[in-house]
Every structure is written in structure tokens, then in C-alpha cells.
Design a protein around this ligand. Structure first.
Ligand code: F6R
Length: 607
């Protein structure tokens, strides 16, 4: 979703800003722009489409050592050069970039228009520039603060003024904003990736913060001028983690990284002797954990399918009633918070608006909410009552892959802890620990199927519709397989519980609609085989993902992708990787931009 970058220092700002915007391309956008200050003037350049369009419009020798930049993902107003950010006031002296949504912009705009202000764009954001201008009396900080008292909605904002060179004012309410501290230079951005080439020293802004930045210092207050003290953190990963490192796409790199990322998520957290796990950040005593009578896991998209898998796992091994719920539903259904229930929010980015607001609603009603997140310092982990980082490393491709298996890893560890506190014996616990330790190697083994999966994709990529079917623990994996295919290939795909097929969807089965069946060697295998036969009887092509050595499946299915034999609870990890590769190759054959699929954004910070 929209990205912000701001710079002041001694470098040529235009280059730093464009490079920062490119680093945030992965978030999804439809236009971009910069505003650079030099000689008491601000120059704005903005372009619809890819950042390369902007780059070609920016002169190589553009002078000016401070400025702001933005990638826009349209919400208010069509995608065109004019609606792209930065926006300026009528004098052209003030420019701003904004992420979020100004909810009262219509009334503010009308009021300003009545006062004679002429608006140039259809956006909600432009109103901010004019409001700041209205309150400006020689002090940008004061004017921004006055403007903010009139604004309702969410924002991450950076503003600059032509008469106050090399100064940026940033403000945050609901949209991420991070300050980067360099030597004699400072950055403001919505995402640390924008500044990672220059500094790893950062300060995460919180809602209500206003930060005043020049090239050597910063000061943070609230909008009423009360000082807010900030901690400086060091980003725990390196710039090469956001490079492709020889892979043609980020998505392929991230799929192939999974043996490592899963291993990282388990590191130091498994207790081999006691057949259990340790998760330091839960902030709960054993007594409190034992008193939990139900677990509800909230999430959106891919993270929701991880949540569903983990709810199955918790019920299965820990015998605790558990369920997954969509964040976007929870927020508005006036959730009933029961004191015995422990809530989790699962979010790769830690910034998804639906999940964040659902969490706040639950907390308001007294719930304890733990976060399972990837991005360190993001809003959900900071506002949750505890939680676990999944440590999958930066995920750049818009379609989530390695974060999914890392989310499973964290939640499996939690399930194991809960199970061992209840009925699970030490021997059973040890068997699960052993099984988890084997996952990275088993994923590695599964990845050897890459070229074979490509050959299967070559056979089916022209089909217009697919089914993905699983049962029990692999039902959410089928849903995730369908989501992955539709997101990056734009082929229609439906995920279903295989048992549900006969209750309606089977009407759609014909020679041209392949079904991908997930067939682990567990107690549901026979049931799934029956479902496969129902599809074959209606001439539907069948692709099965089955367990190595299961030759019977090859007699029924048209094509079989085998995963290594594993503990029956571990197949979600192994099978989802096969589906990621299938979606990936199908999308490439259709010439899709797999890293930045159309209409999608990486971090969905609006509702
Ligand atoms: C799918 C995908 C999205 C996200 C969803 C939640 O590939 O990336 O469905 O999973 O938007 O995002 P997070 O996990 O950041 O809350």
C-alpha cells in the first residue's frame, strides 16, 4: 500500500527519494512522486504508473538536499499524475505526502473552498496541505499541529516548507512512520526498507507522535507540544535480505528460503528434553496459560489460513476449543469477550488495518491479545499484550509464502506448549519436537520438485478455473493454494473442504476444471480418495499432492506431486510449498508480474 519517504541531509535528495520509493515498490502502488526543496522553492514531479516513469522525469542533476516522496495506491480519485502525491497548498510553498484516509475531508474541503481555496485534485490528502497553509505563520511545526486538530481519520504524514529548508515534520495516527538516523542526515519513511541502504538506526513513531526533523537532530512531541521520549532501535537484518540474490523474482527467492526461515522460527525455542517449547514474549505465567479455556485467532488473507491451520492443531493436540476468525468481521460484530479466552492476531506486516482495529476492539472489551508478527517494531506487536516474532526475514513479494510457514511454526510451538501443559505425554511431545526439527530438511527435499511442478503447470495453465481440496489440517492449505493461484495468475480458483464438494461445487466439475487434492497419509486419506473418485467420475482432471510411496494415488490422479513422508501433523508445511510453486509457475507461464500482482498491496493499511 502507499509508501512515504522523506530525506534531509547533504546528498542530492531526488536520488535518495526515488531509490527509497523503489525499495517500497513491493508494497503495491499505481503512481509516484517527489517534491524537492532548493533555493526557497519546492519542485514537484509526479507520474502515473511505474516508478521508472517518475525516474525518467527526474533530471539527473536535480539539486536540493531535502524532500519527500510517495507511492500512491488509489483510494480517493482515479489513478493519474495529478492525484499522485506530493500535494501542495495554493502558494506552492508547502508540500505533503500522506498515507491513510482523511474521513472528514469532504466537510474540510467545502469549508476551505468557501474560504476561497482552489483544489487541484480529487484526493482526500490535498486538504492537509491547504489546512497547514491556513495555519502557517512562519512555523511549519505549529501549522502542522494546528491542522491535525481538525483532521479525523488515519494518517502518516510528512510535510516540508520552502522557507524552512532541510526540515521535515512527520506525524502519525494509524499509518506507520519510522525515523531513520544517519550521520548528518535523517530519513522519514513508512517502511524501514526505504532507508536501509543508509542507516539501521531507527525510531518507530507511535500514534499521536509529531516529529520535527533536521539533518542533525529530531524532537518528538504530541500535538499539544508535550515531549514524547523515544527509543532508538537497530534494524535486525541486512540490506542484502531485500535483494533478489540471484533469483529471478522475490517470490521464488522467498519460496526457496523456507527451509531456513522455518528453522529460524524454531531456533532456541524447542525443548528436546521435555518435549515442549519456550516462547519468551507471551508474557503469561504457566498458571495463566493453563487457565485458558479457548483460543481465538484473528487474521486476514494468507495469515487467516495460517490461523485456521493452527486452530485445528490446537484442538487436535492441546484439546482446547480453538477457532480462527476474519479480522474484518470481528471488528464490527461487537465481539463477545469471554475472560477465559486467549486471543491472537496473526499478521506478517503487523500493520494490517483490519487486524489492528479488531485487536483494539477486543482490548477495549478487556481481552488479552497476543500478536504473531514478522515485521519487528510494527504496530500490532507494539500494541498487543505480548506475542511472538516469526523471524521469517523481510517478505518483499506481495504474495505471502515464507511468512505463512513461519506463522505455522510459531503457532505449532504454542500448540505444543499448551498440549504439554494438559494431556500430552513427554513421549508424544518429543515426537512432535522431532517432527518439527525435520521440517526444514523435508521442505528442502520437496523443493526438488520445482521443475516437475513447472511441467505440471505447463499442462494446466490455460485452464480458466481450479478447485483446491483438502480435509482437516490440509483444508486451510487448500484455501491458501487457491488464494495463491488467483492472486498471482488471475485464474479463478476455489478452495473447499473435500467433504463439501458434493454439497454444491461438484456441479462445476467438467473436463476443463482441474481439482488439486491434498492427500496426506492420515486417517482422512480414504475419505479424500473417495472425493477424488467423485471428481474423476465426472471427467474432472485431478492433480494430487500426496506422500512419497503412496502409489495408489498415481492410479487415480492424472498427475501426482509427492512430498516426503513426515509426521502426519507436518504435512501443511510440506504441501503448501508445492502449491506455492504450482501457483508461481502457472503465473510465470501466463506472463504475470508475480512480485507485484495487479490491484494488490503488501501491507493493507486501509479498511
Ligand atoms: C496473500 C497476502 C494477503 C495477506 C493479508 C494479511 O498472499 O499476502 O492475503 O496475507 O493481507 O496481511 P498481514 O499478514 O500482513 O496482516
Amino acid at each position: 500500500m502507499c509508501g512515504i519517504v522523506g530525506y534531509c541531509g547533504d546528498r542530492a535528495a531526488a536520488g535518495v527519494l526515488v531509490e527509497g520509493l523503489k525499495r517500497m515498490e513491493y508494497r503495491g502502488y499505481d503512481s509516484s512522486g517527489i517534491s524537492v526543496g532548493y533555493d526557497n522553492r519546492l519542485t514537484i514531479i509526479k507520474k502515473k504508473g511505474k516508478i521508472s516513469n517518475l525516474q525518467s522525469a527526474v533530471p539527473d542533476d536535480m539539486t536540493g538536499s531535502y524532500g519527500i516522496g510517495h507511492t500512491r495506491w488509489a483510494t480517493h480519485g482515479e489513478v493519474n499524475d495529478l492525484n499522485a502525491h506530493p500535494h501542495s497548498d495554493s502558494t506552492g510553498k508547502i508540500t505533503i505526502v500522506h498515507n491513510g484516509i482523511i474521513e472528514n475531508y469532504i466537510s474540510l474541503r467545502k469549508k476551505l473552498e468557501n474560504e476561497g481555496v482552489e483544489f487541484k485534485t480529487e484526493t482526500d490528502s490535498e486538504v492537509i496541505a491547504h489546512l497547514i497553509s491556513k495555519f502557517y505563520e512562519g512555523d511549519l511545526e505549529k501549522a502542522v499541529k494546528s491542522a491535525l486538530t481538525h483532521i479525523e481519520g488515519t494518517y502518516g504524514i510528512v510535510a516540508i516548507h520552502a522557507d524552512e529548508p532541510c526540515k521535515m515534520i512527520g506525524a502519525r495516527n494509524g499509518s506507520p512512520l519510522v525515523l531513520g538516523i544517519g550521520r548528518g542526515e535523517m530519513f522519514l519513511a513508512s517502511d524501514v526498507t526505504a532507508m536501509m541502504a543508509y542507516t539501521k538506526q531507527v525510531v518507530y513513531m507511535e500514534d499521536g507522535d509529531v516529529v520535527v526533523v533536521d539533518k542533525d537532530s529530531f524532537r518528538t512531541t504530541d500535538i499539544r507540544d508535550n515531549e514524547r521520549n523515544k527509543e532508538i532501535s537497530t534494524v535486525g537484518w541486512d540490506i542484502d535480505e531485500i535483494e533478489k540474490e540471484g533469483f529471478p523474482t522475490f517470490m521464488e527467492k522467498e519460496i526457496f528460503e523456507q527451509p531456513l526461515s522455518v528453522q529460524r522460527g524454531m531456533k532456541g525455542r524447542l525443548d528436546l528434553d521435555q518435549g515442549t517449547a519456550k516462547l519468551g514474549g507471551l508474557n503469561m505465567t504457566n498458571r495463566e496459560l493453563r487457565a485458558v479455556s479457548r483460543v481465538i485467532i484473528l487474521a486476514a488473507g494468507t495469515s487467516y489460513y495460517a490461523a485456521m491451520t493452527c486452530a485445528y492443531m490446537l484442538e487436535r493436540v492441546a484439546r482446547i476449543p480453538a477457532g480462527a476468525e476474519l479480522s474484518s468481521e470481528v471488528r464490527y460484530k461487537n465481539p463477545i469477550v469471554d475472560p477465559g479466552t486467549l486471543y491472537f492476531v496473526v499478521s506478517q506486516s503487523g500493520e494490517t488495518a483490519d487486524s489492528l482495529y479488531a485487536m483494539r476492539e477486543l482490548q477495549r472489551k478487556g481481552a488479552k491479545v497476543l500478536g504473531i508478527c514478522n515485521v519487528v517494531g510494527s504496530t500490532i506487536p507494539r500494541e498487543s499484550d505480548g506475542g511472538v516474532y516469526i523471524h521469517s526475514g523481510p517478505e518483499i513479494a506481495v504474495a505471502s509464502t515464507k511468512a505463512f510457514t513461519s506463522q505455522l511454526t510459531a503457532m505449532y510451538l504454542f500448540s505444543l506448549i499448551m498440549a504439554r501443559m494438559r494431556d500430552m505425554s513427554i513421549a508424544e511431545g518429543k515426537a512432535i519436537v522431532d517432527a518439527m526439527i525435520s521440517i526444514p530438511d523435508q521442505i528442502q527435499e520437496g523443493l526438488k520438485q520445482n521443475m516437475y511442478i513447472k511441467s505440471i503447470a505447463e499442462k494446466y495453465y490455460k485452464c480458466r478455473s481450479f478447485f483446491f481440496l483438502g480435509r482437516g489440517l490440509t483444508y486451510p492449505i487448500a484455501l491458501e493454494g487457491a488464494l495463491k493461484l488467483k492472486e498471482i495468475s488471475y485464474i479463478h480458483a476455489e478452495g473447499y473442504s473435500a467433504g463439501e464438494l458434493k454439497h454444491g461445487p461438484i456441479a462445476l466439475i467438467n473436463e476443463e476444471t482441474p481439482s488439486v487434492f491434498l492427500v496426506p497419509d492420515d486417517d482422512l486419506r480414504e475419505k479424500i480418495i473417495s472425493n477424488m473418485k467423485e471428481v474423476k467420475a465426472r471427467k474432472g482432471p485431478v492433480i494430487a499432492v500426496a506422500v512419497s510411496g503412496d502409489t495408489e494415488i498415481a492410479e487415480i490422479a492424472d498427475d501426482v506431486i509427492y512430498v516426503p513422508k513426515a509426521h502426519e501433523l507436518m504435512y501443511p508445511f510440506l504441501m503448501v510449498v508445492m502449491l506455492q510453486l504450482f501457483a508461481y509457475h502457472t503465473a510465470l507461464l501466463l506472463d504475470r508480474n508475480v512480485d507485484q500482482p495487479r490491484n494488490l498491496a503488501k501491507s493493507v493499511t486501509v479498511e
